[in-house]
Design a protein around this ligand. Structure first.
Ligand SMILES: [Zn+2]
Ligand SMILES: [Zn+2]
Length: 317
């Protein structure tokens, strides 16, 4: 780790505190590059989501897709707008390069325009639900967190019962699945969102628990969540004590994307055979995006104290 860089980095952050809402202060901050090592083991996720986020902003800043969704326009109209903007932004770039970039962007945008036009039209039939369920046999789990569905959830999903699930008495304080009945239900999630052109078919639908589906919602990346901290929780076990809880989206995104227990290199726990949890790398630190690690039940440092009464949790949705 680059300790000299860290020293400089935090000096600028401290010096610019009074000017953090001014262009002058922020330009100074922007001139910093993050010292090596500061993003920790989750650097890949933080960088990927940053790229996805700015990629979307740039594209939608070139062309407001909502306008094309409502009109009867075709991809040619989108291309023309994008090309004109790019031509202006990159005045010295060769013509063929601008054309190529505009084509790439127009194709990317068009998939989404088409998807948004068709949104809400497709209904998920009982037959499709059954197909997705039986395709994931015999060990049906949430594809995002590895939670194994109960028989009751199965019966409700396949409409063999109408009896609602019962909320749990104990929930994981980092991810309180079970605080509400819906969390325990089986839902179908589009792996590629409908808004990005994902189809409503067996290949793109996966079983997700209600908690993951609710948390994922329409969010794209870790930067779509509000501030990283969702609240402060006082654990009844004094060995754990006060814990700053991160946004649920953070937990979901890391577990789903990492997909395996990282406590040891040889642990075989994966989403398709185990439920996975988050714990801190550094137990003295808060559960920040750079301090979260994925563990299985067996390697869970919090195994003895993870499950608590939902009433102890700070306010949540
Ligand atoms: Zn889940
Ligand atoms: Zn493990």
């Amino acid at each position: 780790m680059d300790t000299h860089g860290i020293n400089q980095f935090y000096k600028v952050l401290a010096d610019t505190l009074p000017t953090r809402w001014t262009e002058r202060g922020l330009r100074e901050v922007a001139g910093l590059s993050a010292p090596s090592g500061i993003l920790g083991k989750n650097e890949w996720l933080l960088k990927a989501d940053y790229a996805i986020t700015v990629g979307r902003w740039f594209l939608e800043g070139l062309v407001d897709l909502a306008r094309h969704v409502e009109s009867g326009n075709n991809i040619g109209h989108v291309y023309i707008e994008i090309f004109a903007q790019l031509r202006m932004l990159a005045q010295h770039a060769p013509e063929d390069e601008v054309e190529l970039a505009a084509t790439q962007l127009a194709n990317f945008a068009w998939r989404e325009v088409e998807a948004r036009r068709g949104m809400g039209r497709e209904r998920i039939s009982a037959a499709l639900k059954e197909a997705v369920w039986f395709n994931s046999a015999p060990d049906q789990r949430c594809y995002l967190c590895g939670y194994q569905f109960t028989q009751h959830a199965r019966d409700l999903f396949l409409r063999r019962t109408r009896q609602e699930m019962t909320p749990l008495n104990l929930v994981d304080f980092t991810r309180p699945r079970g605080a509400k009945a819906r969390h325990l239900r089986i839902e179908l999630d589009h792996e590629i969102p409908v808004a990005e052109g994902g189809a409503t078919d067996e290949d793109n639908l996966y079983l997700a628990c209600g908690w993951c589906n609710l948390t994922k919602s329409k969010l794209w990346s870790v930067y779509d969540a509000r501030a990283w901290a969702a609240g402060v929780f006082r654990h009844p076990d004094p060995k754990i004590g006060t814990v700053t809880l991160p946004q649920p989206l953070w937990i979901l995104r890391l577990i789903a994307a990492r997909g395996r227990c990282e406590a040891t290199a040889s642990c075989p726990a994966r989403l398709n055979n185990s439920e996975l949890f988050v714990a801190p790398f550094n137990t003295k630190g808060a559960l920040t995006p750079t301090n979260l690690m994925v563990v299985c039940a067996e390697h869970d440092p919090w195994a003895a104290s993870r499950f608590i009464a939902p009433s102890l949790l700070p306010n949540r949705k």
